[in-house]
Design a protein around this ligand. Structure first.
Ligand code: B12
Length: 424
């Protein structure tokens, strides 16, 4: 089949992201013998004419659209991104009768509601490599779509239970033909690399379990290092490990760091850490392997609030994590989220003072937590009468401690105004 794969993301918030997920699906689709054309709308000066050019010149039998972001998760002046995606889909419809299939991290949180909002033909929730091929096979033979894993149809719902590939080595590495030379020369560009999928930590507000499942599934550190060696030769200099928790399990992280150190690739990298389960030995191994910056999502400095968010660490554990990282010269970006269940003026001030005492290079402070379906926080928000239990939450809703919202914003703004390295 002729398959046109489109990355709809045009947001450069935080950093420009490369469509790693779609590149994984592209590699699997190509390996299965389909004719694949790629279009990254992030790079398109005029996305609508690029879209028309691709469709007219390629003549796709099927169009796959990757929807990474739904919104910017920010309570103040929330940006909602689906109207732009909906316009792209309407453009596709004007140009071709090819079925439009959705996928992607953001899509996977809202598989039914976003499918209907975007008026696409179908969507695949979660990892797409195997499921998309199964779908293409059914479409190629005009066969029933019943049973296709993770497939959603408008007005009908899920067609088949999702499957999580246990051994990631079974899945092809992402297709680098998506990688433009201009990106490689861009000093702000960090190349995304995924070594593991899934997260067992169950933080009360997090959508990762819905997207990737709750069990860790890994690529071997040797495979990752071989992969990075090839990409370093392609000109990749900076890597962003997109794993939800780089340091978990610690044995895996240590093994990966020693492989990377031994490979001497001359790349620098950054990652996301789960604080508390961390020691000086791993910090040393990360620095020696090229790590220059980490995101430390501690979210609160008050133990009862950490407990409420189902975080399995203490403020002391966070402080120790930040201390040993600092000793290795690794830049630390901290994340503080105010307004969660049980937050009071006292716990909020305790968290702000705690964050201040860590002396991190950058602090990102948010007030209000984006509520995602199938999370403990959503259940709490229903109990507190903040949302209806049948709210699909596609249109962004936020949890902020009743009666505290305004004070929290003013207080956070005041603290940020006095600290240039604090951002919202
Ligand atoms: C790493 C990460 C980041 C990093 C990105 C680093 C980088 N250089 O790439 C940073 C910290 C910079 C970041 C920033 C942001 N992020 Co972010 N990020 C993630 C994270 C943890 C992993 C994403 C990833 O790379 N996954 C790995 C790839 C391989 O998986 P995938 O994309 O899901 O693709 C698979 C499937 O979805 C599917 N698939 C994908 N496309 C398609 C297409 C088709 C047709 C099919 C069939 C299947 C399919 O198959 C793929 C392979 O199996 C996710 C959470 C998560 N666990 O998913 C949040 C996540 C995607 N981010 C999110 C958001 C909101 C943002 C920000 C807007 C936050 C902000 N305000 O700054 C920015 C936007 C950045 C941008 N410019 O777009 C949200 C999106 C949900 C929403 N509310 O919109 C998520 C889901 C987190 C969450 N809390 O819910 N992010």
């Amino acid at each position: 089949m002729r398959v046109l794969l489109i990355s709809a993301n045009r947001e450069e918030i935080n950093m420009r992201t490369w469509p790693l997920g779609l590149a994984c699906v592209a590699a699997a689709t190509r390996k299965a013998g389909h004719d694949v054309e790629l279009l990254d709308l992030m790079l398109a000066a005029n996305p609508r004419s690029e879209l028309a050019r691709s469709i007219e010149s390629f003549g796709p039998d099927v169009i796959g659209i990757s929807v990474r972001n739904i919104d910017d998760q920010t309570m103040r002046d929330t940006k909602f991104f689906l109207d732009q995606v909906r316009a792209f889909i309407a453009d596709c419809r004007d140009l071709t009768g090819a079925p439009i299939v959705l996928g992607g991290a953001g899509y996977s949180i809202f598989p039914q509601s976003s499918l209907e909002y975007l008026a696409a033909d179908m969507g695949i929730q979660g990892e797409g490599e195997a499921a998309f091929l199964a779908l293409l096979d059914r479409l190629a033979h005009n066969a029933s779509l019943e049973g296709v894993p993770g497939l959603y149809l408008p007005g009908v719902g899920l067609q088949g239970a999702r499957k999580f590939e246990k051994n990631l080595a079974e899945l092809p590495l992402p297709d680098t033909r998506f990688l433009s030379a201009s990106l490689l020369d861009d000093p702000e560009f960090w190349f995304p690399v995924q070594t593991r999928r899934g997260c067992p930590m169950r933080c009360s507000y997090c959508s990762t379990a819905t997207i990737e499942g709750c069990a860790f599934r890994k690529r071997s550190p040797a495979t990752v290092t071989r992969w990075l060696t090839a990409w370093a030769q392609l000109g990749v200099k900076r890597v962003y490990f997109v794993d939800n928790t780089f340091n978990l399990p610690p044995s895996y992280a240590r093994e990966l760091c020693s492989e990377l150190e031994a490979a001497r690739l001359g790349i620098t990298w950054r990652c996301i850490l789960y604080p508390g389960k961390f020691d000086e030995k791993l910090a040393k191994a990360m620095a020696a392997a090229g790590c220059t910056e980490v995101s430390v999502g501690f979210e609160s400095g008050a133990q009862p609030i950490l407990h409420g968010l189902n975080k399995k660490f203490s403020p002391e554990g966070v402080r120790e994590t930040c201390r040993v990282l600092g000793n290795q010269g690794i830049r630390r970006m901290g994340f503080l989220m105010l307004g969660g269940p049980g937050e009071t003026r006292e716990t909020a001030l305790e968290s702000l003072a705690f964050a201040d005492s860590l002396g991190l290079e950058t602090m990102k402070v948010t007030v209000g937590i984006r509520i995602y379906p199938y999370t403990a926080l959503a259940a709490t928000a229903v109990d507190h009468g903040m949302i209806e239990d049948d709210d699909d939450l596609l249109l962004p809703r936020f949890y902020v401690t009743p009666g505290l919202g305004e004070w929290l914003r003013e207080t956070a703004d005041r603290w940020m105004a006095e600290r240039p390295n604090w951002i919202s």
